[in-house]
Design a protein around this ligand. Structure first.
Ligand code: UT7
Length: 337
């Protein structure tokens, strides 16, 4: 029986120039390089500076690089999906702005929010549009300006996050043995208390803002109860990845790359261990970018593109606020010189 597959044809990325080091954070909060490195694996992160610069500023640069690298005319793009928890505005959505700025005049676009699992959820959504046969080419973006929602007085969170954007071009290919093969996604809204940004939505709307009230002010920043999120992330990310591997008759030795969400190196190590995948097969860039939320998976593609080989079996794994989590199995479709 003939089938259409969504195949990744290229990737793009962008991280801002400014580097925020652990040493600089030592001057802002009661922390130290040794604690951050040993507990998280993070050494530095990138921060988007400049007035009136939102998430789209980084995403546009990543998409422009992708269009150039793949020699793609923006007018041939059918859709652009942007996963982000730090949109430029609530309305219009960031992907609409990106379409306009890159000249994707014939595309429809929308944003998708699933916290740190957003890129995996958006890639799955885009793959399903392609597999339907209605659309031929789409761009999936994962981008966040986390510095816009991080409280740099809270040592529990400010050491973790950074800014960045990545993207992938997916195209329809008939009867291909490459591309996106399987995915599984889950959510559990009872995770609300452990990872959230409570301000700005309909439960704490602008008319109730009292910026002189310190407790309300804090609700506009990311809040995390790290230890609970850590434990939940380790089990759920590993369980769902093991599920995808079993479903597709894959053992650790059949996998060339694990591309995990970059929240904490210890979570990544535990997930890889559970899947029977050695550290040499794990994409890791947390030391230089920190947790860029929606940016982590596509920025791993961007950094490791040259190492991926045509036909490599790749497992993506993500976990984030919500809670949301998921895994995807894909076969890489090209070699990079
Ligand atoms: O991407 C979305 C999903 N997010 C995640 O997956 C993140 C999951 N969580 C984590 O990565 C870890 O829980 C953290 C890195 C956030 C924290 O590491 P932890 O080993 O779970 O530390 P903890 O929260 O249990 O805190 C241990 C100690 C505490 O001190 P006491 O109570 O033992 O005296 C904290 O107050 O470390 C203290 N601490 C710090 N010390 C130095 C917390 N933050 C810091 C800090 N510097 N920045």
């Amino acid at each position: 029986m003939s089938h259409i597959r969504a195949v990744i044809k290229g990737v793009g990325g962008y991280v801002p120039e400014y580097i925020l080091t652990n040493q600089e954070l030592e001057k802002k909060v009661d922390t130290n390089d040794e604690w951050i490195t040993s507990r998280t694996g993070i050494k530095e992160r990138r921060i988007l500076k400049g007035k009136d610069q939102g998430t789209s500023a980084m995403a546009v640069k990543a998409v422009q690089e992708l269009l150039e690298k793949t020699n793609t005319n923006p007018e041939d793009i059918d859709f652009i999906l942007c996963s982000t928890i730090t949109p430029d505005y609530l309305c219009p959505v960031t992907s609409n702005l990106i379409c306009d700025m890159v000249g994707a005049k014939n595309a429809f676009s929308f944003d998708l929010m699933a916290a740190c699992s957003g890129f995996l959820f958006a890639l799955s959504t885009g793959a399903n549009f392609i597999e339907s046969g209605r659309y031929k080419k789409g761009i999936i973006i994962g981008a966040d300006k986390m510095s816009s929602i991080v409280n740099y007085e809270d040592r529990n969170t400010c050491i973790l996050f950074g800014d960045g954007a990545g993207c992938a071009l997916i195209e329809a290919e008939e009867n291909s043995s490459y591309g996106i093969i399987d995915m599984a996604m889950r959510t559990d809204g009872s995770g609300l208390n452990y990872l959230n940004i409570r301000g700005g939505g309909s439960r704490l709307p602008p008319q109730e803002y009292k910026f002189d009230d310190k407790e309300i002010h804090k609700k506009f920043f990311i809040h995390q109860e790290g230890a609970t999120v850590f434990k939940t992330a380790v089990t759920r990310m590993a369980d769902i990845s093991a599920f995808i591997m079993e479903k597709n008759n894959l053992k650790g030795e059949d996998i060339q790359w694990l591309v995990p969400h970059q929240a904490n190196k210890r979570i990544i190590d535990a997930t890889a261990d559970r899947m029977g995948i050695g550290p040499e097969k794990v994409t890791l860039n947390i030391e230089k970018y920190g947790n860029t939320t929606n940016g982590t998976l596509p920025l791993c593609f961007w950094d490791f593109e040259k190492k991926f080989k045509k036909g490599d079996n790749i497992i993506l794994a993500a976990f984030g606020g919500g809670f949301t989590w998921g895994s995807m199995y894909l076969k890489w479709a090209y070699d990079t010189k």
